[in-house]
Design a protein. Structure first.
Length: 314
């Protein structure tokens, strides 16, 4: 049974993963080699927990208890030497991940299950330097950002782990309120990111063609398909609408929709101009520096409200 957890990397994803486990009572060792990052990450987690308390997902009294369950480490071996489960959330650099997993294989107890948060790199490549026995206990466990709020967790079942190991990890994720997706083949992007990119490709194409303004395209998505997607999956929707109708519409529309094999030129141009979105002050929309924090909080609160509502449909 998994009780002791380590998370590697205290960045955007890593700190949220540690926070999620700690919220449900798990002891979490959070490894981060960057001293500056170690110095600020607990304050970031505390700010996120305060919003959860304001929205009554946790109590104010729980905040310090959750923070106390997260222990920061600067040395990898010390962070993982007694852990039951270790998940890596470092940058998507294959050489870095290979190096880390080789060390984890050496530092961790034999029973430890190792996981990577990647959705773009091959598992076989990541565990290239891992021992044969350990490979039977290595998985992809992919989270969505923000990790402490988004309820999805994609879990690999590619043939290297047996059903018992998979079930142990699945139960761990269910114990923290995650909805697990069992991924049977190692394809780039896994499941959720591929679906998201398919939607994004057409959205960027509509902008490029000048079909509608950004705010109207987002409105069409939010109050059209996405309104149903919040509670109903695409395959359910197809069944409800009639597969014959979906077949006819597909024949009519797919031949005139975007089928690009790379990022949209409009998107690439904005990146070239430094218009990166919220973090640069402009993307498809413009953002005032004085409003950025409030915009982020509003976004977080919307996700919290959606999380609360989603519990009625599980």
């Amino acid at each position: 049974m998994i009780k002791k957890i380590a998370v590697l990397g205290a960045g955007t994803m890593g700190h949220g993963i540690a926070e999620a486990f700690a919220m449900y009572g798990y002891e979490v060792n959070l490894y981060e080699e960057d001293k500056n990052r170690r110095n600020v990450v607990k304050y970031e987690i505390e700010d996120e927990l305060k919003i959860l308390a304001e929205e009554e997902l946790i109590t104010s009294e729980e905040i310090q208890l959750i923070l106390d369950r997260i222990v920061l480490y600067s040395e990898l071996e010390e962070a993982v030497k007694d852990r039951d489960y270790v998940i890596e959330a470092v940058p998507e650099i294959i050489e870095l991940k290979q190096k880390i997993f080789k060390m984890l294989d050496e530092f961790c107890p034999k029973h430890t299950i190792l996981a990577t948060n990647t959705s773009s790199l091959k598992l076989d490549e990541i565990m290239k330097h891992v021992s044969k026995d350990r490979k039977k206990r290595v998985m992809i466990n992919h989270w969505y950002n923000p990790a402490h709020l988004m309820p999805i967790a994609e879990l690999s079942f590619f043939g290297n782990v047996d059903e018992a190991v998979y079930k142990e990890v699945e139960e761990l994720y269910k114990s923290i309120g995650k909805q697990t997706v069992k991924v049977l083949k190692d394809v780039p992007g896994l499941v959720a990111n591929r679906i998201q990119q398919a939607v994004a490709r057409e959205v960027f194409s509509l902008i490029e063609m000048g079909v509608a303004a950004p705010e109207d395209i987002d409105k069409a998505l939010k109050f059209g398909p996405a309104f149903r997607y919040a509670t109903t999956g695409q395959l359910e929707i197809a069944d409800f609408g009639g597969l014959d109708i979906w077949c006819i519409v597909g024949d009519n529309l797919l031949k005139v929709m975007d089928n690009s094999k790379c990022a949209n030129p409009l998107l690439r141009q904005k990146v070239k101009e430094g218009k990166l979105g919220l973090k640069s002050g402009e993307g498809f929309y413009k953002y005032n520096d004085s409003e950025v924090n409030e915009i982020k909080k509003k976004y977080t609160r919307k996700l919290i409200h959606q999380l609360k509502a989603s519990k009625f449909y599980i």
